[in-house]
Design a protein around this ligand. Structure first.
Ligand code: AMP
Ligand code: GLY
Length: 414
């Protein structure tokens, strides 16, 4: 099988490693890719959010399967353009990707499907925003309605800061605060059948102890030994199947990866958000433990044959990934700094690039690399992940020191 992977972040590097390791894949092409992905795939340039350009590249490369990593191409309708050429594509249509593209749309689908989530108001002006904030009380949750790469949400006790964020958004959703540990559940779907991956936990805040602003994610681990044994079944029944049914009913079935971001509240799991693609950096940890060859799974989802797929196989033990972020991330990430020690197994490249003048590896984004490791238990996996990052140098870089620590020490409560 010839696979074309669209994207060039840490998630795509992790996807590329799994796809390249699948014996059914004899050629892997990534566009635009990154210097880490270049070790396992042929890189091509493409404007990833241009549907016609991606579809043309899929035709030119003779791809049997196109896998779209990031949300922006999905929302732009890239999957529709690829499928229109008769090529199998893993990723939802532009219409279905609105589950991530618009918080208000997602809330509307959840309401119609009876999915447990936070109560919310879409507010059009400062007055209605203030009313919603006061109805729910602190902590205030204020979300930019559009795509914001995981950074459009402010959670704060400061009413003025909440109002200021609301004023800065063109359209804003204000919602009730959900209290409880967060879980990321990835579900591969062809629109009807749903195959859950192992749940993971992400660390969204920039600093230790969940301090500081939200980021795209500073680290992740799997499995969640502390979570209820029936969590996945409960979420499939309460959330995933009703959502897929509602999307079919609307004539816009969702196929691809449905990312269910949950809070395990005292009254059960509730949806914080849907995403229309693999999460980053959870994917780096989850795929490190997936034993079933990935391309076959994604191809089955893309061709509507997921129901015939044998159950997924998982490696025993745990996986941890820790992000090394550039100076200034998330507010104003500095780029162009030289990175050393990053070209080795276990280092996943996210925001890296080759400097044109001399080919040196340099930072090119906020989240630069991740150290990803497995082990028989969480404690071993996290020690190894941190040891991997200890071998990387990048001026001004920062990382959290407590990724997976509470879980490894049996301190996660719900
Ligand atoms: P989102 O982009 O919707 O995933 O939000 C980013 C992060 O903000 C989430 O991972 C949570 O940590 C936090 N968050 C969002 N909505 C809520 C909520 N209703 N209650 C508590 N925390 C939230
Ligand atoms: N890790 C959070 C996200 O991918 O949105």
């Amino acid at each position: 099988m010839r696979v074309l992977l669209i994207g060039g972040g840490g998630r795509e590097h992790a996807l590329a490693l799994s796809l390249a390791a699948d014996p059914a894949v004899d050629q892997l092409i990534a566009a635009p890719g990154n210097p880490g992905i270049a070790a396992v795939a042929e890189l091509r340039e493409v404007a990833a959010t241009d549907p016609a350009a991606v579809a043309a590249l899929a035709v030119e490369t003779g791809a049997d399967l196109v896998v779209i990593g990031p949300e922006a191409p999905l929302v732009a309708g890239v999957a529709d353009a690829v499928r229109a050429k008769g090529i199998a594509c893993f990723g939802p249509s532009g219409a279905a990707a609105q589950l991530e593209g618009s918080k208000a749309f997602a809330k509307d689908v959840m309401a119609a499907a009876g999915v447990p989530t936070a109560r919310a108001y879409a507010c059009a002006d400062a007055e209605s925003a203030a009313r919603a904030l006061d109805e729910f009380g602190p902590p205030y949750v204020v979300k930019n309605d559009g795509l914001a790469a995981g950074k459009g949400v402010v959670v704060t006790n400061d009413r003025d800061a909440a109002l200021a964020h609301a004023a800065a958004c063109e359209r804003v959703v204000i919602e009730e605060y959900l209290d409880g540990p967060e879980v990321s559940l990835f579900v591969v779907t062809d629109g009807e059948a749903a195959v859950p991956l192992q749940p993971a936990q992400d660390f969204k805040r920039v600093g230790d102890g969940d301090s500081g602003p939200n980021t795209g994610g500073m680290g992740a681990y799997t499995p969640l030994d502390w979570a209820p044994a029936d969590l996945v079944d409960e979420v499939l029944a309460s959330t995933v199947h009703p959502t897929l049914a509602e999307m079919r009913r609307r004539g816009t079935p969702f196929s691809g990866l449905l990312y269910v971001g949950l809070a395990l509240t005292k009254t059960g799991p509730r949806v914080i958000e849907f995403n229309a693609r693999f999460g980053d950096p959870e994917t780096q940890a989850v795929l490190a433990l997936l034993d079933t060859p990935l391309a076959g799974v994604l191809h089955a989802a893309a061709t509507g044959t997921l129901a015939t797929l044998p159950p997924l196989r998982w490696r025993p033990g745990a996986a941890v990934t820790v992000v090394l972020a550039s100076a200034g991330y998330p507010a104003a990430p500095r780029t162009g700094d030289v990175i050393t020690g990053a070209e080795r197994a276990g280092i996943i490249h996210a925001g890296t690039a080759r400097r044109a003048s001399d080919g040196a590896l340099v930072s090119a984004g906020g989240r630069v690399v991740c150290g990803t490791a497995t082990g028989l238990n969480l404690a071993t996996a996290r020690t190894r992940a941190y040891a991997l990052l200890d071998g990387v140098t990048l001026a001004g870089a920062h990382r959290r020191s407590d990724i997976a620590q509470a879980a490894a020490e049996g301190r996660v409560r719900h």
